[in-house]
Design a protein around this ligand. Structure first.
Ligand code: CJB
Length: 831
């Protein structure tokens, strides 16, 4: 590295290297320095915001050193890199994570204390980086943590949204969306005004001949927007490896700001051009498991993909290697179909810019890409109207047609008898209007396709991608079961439990090899250990109870069973089943005599999650939950036996408080609909039990922890289709318990019955697509079992400990190692 500095200057550079703080005293000095110089404030007006900023800057200085070194090392060893393309990175807060990863939190705690602050208050000053909707975006964030912690040379590429996912307010029981302006002070990003890429849209294609008589395509005209890179350091845990997350921001291309117009006094229209450019990266689309086909969304996708590929190709070209070695240097993972245009863009670069022949280029493309599918829900599968693609990206549409032509020719050769096959697998759907099927394009353009849990990977191979398995063979398809980072989701979110675990498993090494948790199994029957364990859970519940009191002014009893369902609101996730179950419980309590009531187990039902702003039914569910809460919570007959809580604005930092406080969490999607789920893993890792359906990763969690330690219920995925068919064509009678619930709703017990008519009819009159009625009885029965088992606290705690001991498999480290070996063919870089 040093050799790159010319000899005469080398000494000056090396002897003047910045050294970060090593102890508490030096940390304090750094904080004071940042307050007084960087922030230009005095210690007399250093409030918590300033203390946060200065602390973040002190740690940032430290990270930058490791970050620079990591990037230099990666460049000089010229090793293969993995590029993770994701439209969402749901990072949450960075400071706490950074402090823990560099093992500096104790120093910071002591230092801040001496300066007059509590570290918790300082940490909570930070805005969440909420550049994602839910599971898909949070998975990307966990993956970044694991890739850095395992020393893989990896870059994330995404968009720098000015507005992340909206903030949710609950007003009179309804969701209200408020913009999330998170960038007012963000010490974690580094604008790279020198790293820009001009991105073209619209225009037309002109064919011409080059000097050798070869036809070349020239994409001309249209609009140009500039992408500016913003980098965020991603520190690994207990390693100097610090990777890069590069987010692109859009601005008007410098040539585009029309000085002529400006001079002529047309200020408004020259500013309008600028605003139009900035709109591209302005806002995250707030849909989860739903695609709505908006032109701006397609623009976002191309803008981000083209800038990222330009960057990747530029880096590769510096190595002066032949193109054939591109896949030895570069692996690109497509997080869902959102970045699929990257396949087309790389083919375009190789053909039109670099002059490669089609086959040579296409071999490079397919060897480079891998595609991860995250859902089988039809409404989430991306399709774009051919006309729109033609208009926005005329050259890309030509290439898509060529990709499809060569693909279909190969299919026809292989299956000459099967005429239907061609229309079934065509990348172009021959509908009105014609559509580009992005998942098919992603499959054809990748060498590996994976699902995110075993059941899900089986389902994609036997249903939506069945024909492609026939065409390519089963080897192209694989499973990589999702995982979560134990650093954030145990060590950071639940420090006391982490400490207790470390004390019994030989220190914090378990955070690097989560299977070490199995050492806990020997303490399952240890009374003292169980007591300590239970005390920590109780303390976490007290903390959540205080949070509930401070935000909602509702008192909940921390000794009650905390039953939590927090995730995006979606009919397939079935929050409606949960709230119907709560109503059923309430009706039963109301019918009981006071003596009988005394025997009941007290419960707090906690909900949280956002609904997509345009998802009307999901918003009805939120409204019903809140209305049930306002009736139940003030009913003196019920008292502490039942409380219903809706936590506003569920996000990553709130998850860090909620998850450690749960006794029971709900993962109750209709079987076959939840690809994996990842919060299920977080809850169990924090010593909570789960109630769930045989869906997604619940199945593998059951296999790992044992079926005695989980409350499973409901229809199996293989039976779903038949039941749905029966509902449509046969008889569908609503479960009798559920009928009572509907009666309570429709007679106005929870507010105006008209408000909830659609929720009831979806089940009663419209085919009950999500099988709420079919699963109701077994859900209620299973909840009864939960009540019984919770009464035996010793046994309950044993189950929790045993479960945690067996959760090693669900680390995202395991998951990333599988991707590295099976899909990316990449090795960690020795540090
Ligand atoms: N997922 O969060 C999303 N958004 C989508 O549009 C599609 C899928 C989720 O991805 C998670 C990570 O793989 C899965 O655990 C979850 O089941 C799935 O819904």
């Amino acid at each position: 590295v040093e050799a790159s500095i010319p000899e005469p200057q080398r000494e000056a550079w090396t002897k003047n290297q910045f050294e970060s703080f090593k102890d508490q005293g030096e940390f304090e000095k750094e904080v004071v320095r940042h307050v007084e110089t960087t922030l230009a404030r005095s210690m007399f007006n250093c409030d918590e915001t300033a203390a946060y900023s200065a602390t973040a800057l002190a740690f940032r200085d430290r990270l930058i050193k490791d970050w620079n070194k990591t990037q230099q090392r990666q460049t000089f060893t010229d090793s293969k890199r993995i590029y993770y393309l994701s439209l969402e990175f749901l990072m949450g807060r960075a400071l706490d994570n950074a402090m823990l990863n560099v093992k500096g939190k104790d120093i910071a705690k002591g230092g801040l204390n001496e300066l007059g602050f509590r570290i918790e208050d300082i940490i909570s000053q930070e805005n969440d980086a909420a550049l994602g909707n839910g599971g898909l975006g949070r998975l990307a964030a966990c993956f970044l943590d694991s890739m850095a912690s395992l020393n893989y040379p990896a870059w994330g590429y995404g968009l720098r949204y000015r507005y992340g996912i909206f903030k949710q307010e609950i007003i009179d029981g309804y969701q209200v969306e408020v913009p999330d302006y998170w960038l007012d002070f963000n010490p974690w990003e580094f604008p790279r005004h020198d790293v820009t890429v001009d991105i073209q849209f619209y225009g037309h294609v002109r064919k011409s001949q080059d000097e050798n008589g070869k036809t070349v395509a020239n994409w001309e005209g249209g609009e140009v927007v500039t992408a500016v890179a913003y980098d965020m350091p991603i520190p690994g845990y207990d390693t100097p490896s610090t990777n890069n997350l590069r987010l692109w921001s859009s601005k008007a291309a410098s040539g585009e700001f029309d000085f002529q117009k400006f001079n002529n006094g047309e200020y408004e229209s020259s500013v309008a051009d600028q605003q139009r450019a900035e709109t591209i990266s302005a806002v995250l689309y707030p849909n989860d498991n739903l695609e709505r086909g908006k032109e701006l969304r397609l623009k976002q996708q191309y803008f981000w993909v083209a800038a990222s590929l330009y960057d990747i190709v530029r880096r590769f070209k510096k190595s002066k290697r032949p193109w054939s070695e591109f896949p030895d240097q570069v692996a690109i993972q497509l997080n869902d179909t959102h970045p699929t245009l990257a396949v087309v863009e790389l083919q375009r670069i190789l053909l039109d810019k670099e002059g490669l022949e089609w086959d040579e280029a296409w071999n490079i493309v397919t060897a480079t890409f891998g595609y991860t599918n995250h859902t089988v829900l039809p409404e989430a599968l991306e399709k774009w109207p051919v006309g729109l693609v033609q208009h926005l990206l005329p050259r890309h549409l030509q290439i898509i047609y060529d990709i499809n032509l060569f693909f279909l020719q190969s299919v026809e050769k292989k299956f000459p008898e099967d005429r239907d096959m061609l229309s079934r697998v065509s990348i172009i759907e021959e509908s009105q209007p014609k559509m580009v099927r992005m998942a098919y394009l992603a499959i054809v353009g990748s060498h590996k396709v994976n699902g995110v849990a075993e059941l899900h990977s089986d389902l994609i191979q036997t249903t939506i991608f069945k024909d492609f398995v026939k065409i390519y063979g089963a080897d192209k398809f694989t499973n990589v079961t999702n995982g979560i980072t134990p650093r954030r989701w145990l060590h950071q979110a639940n420090p006391r439990l982490s400490e207790l675990i470390a004390s019994k498993t030989g220190g914090y090494d378990y955070l690097k090899d989560l299977t070490t948790l199995n050492k806990l199994e020997q303490y399952v029957d240890d009374k003292d250990f169980r007591k300590e364990w239970a005390e920590i859970k109780y303390a976490n519940k007290v903390r959540l109870a205080k949070y509930i009191k401070s935000t909602l002014d509702i008192t909940v009893n921390p000794a009650a069973l905390f039953d939590v369902q927090v995730k995006r609101i979606h009919e397939y996730k079935r929050q409606q089943l949960n709230i119907f179950g709560v109503i059923y419980r309430y009706l039963q309590l109301k019918e009981m005599s006071p003596e009988e009531r005394k025997k009941q187990a007290p419960r707090v039902s906690i909900f949280g999650g956002k609904a997509a702003p345009g998802y009307w039914m999901a918003k009805q569910i939120i409204h019903l939950i809140n209305n049930v809460g306002s009736v139940v919570n003030k009913d003196p007959d019920v008292g502490d036996l039942l409380k219903v809580i809706y936590l506003e604005d569920y996000n990553v930092s709130k998850a860090e408080i909620i998850i450690p406080a749960s006794d029971l969490s709900e993962h109750i999607s209709t079987a076959g609909t939840e690809a994996s789920g990842t919060s299920n893993m977080k809850f169990v890792l924090n010593g909570g039990l789960i109630i769930g359906t045989c869906d997604g990763a619940n199945i593998e969690i059951t296999r790992e922890i044992g079926q005695d330690n989980i409350f499973l219920f409901g229809t199996l995925s293989e039976d779903v289709e038949d039941l749905r068919h029966n509902h449509t064509y046969g008889k569908h009678s609503v479960d009798s318990g559920l009928q009572k619930v509907f009666e309570a709703i429709t007679t106005g017990k929870f507010g105006d019955a008209n408000d909830f008519g659609a929720l009831v009819s979806a089940v009663r009159d419209h085919g009950d697509y999500y099988l709420v009625s079919d699963d109701f009885q077994s859900y209620v029965d299973t909840q009864k079992m939960v009540d019984e088992e919770y009464k035996n606290q010793e046994e309950w705690v044993s189950k929790c400990i045993r479960s945690v001991a067996r959760m090693g498999f669900f680390s995202s480290d395991r998951c990333i190692n599988e991707y590295a070996e099976e899909i990316w063919n990449i090795e960690p870089l020795a540090v």
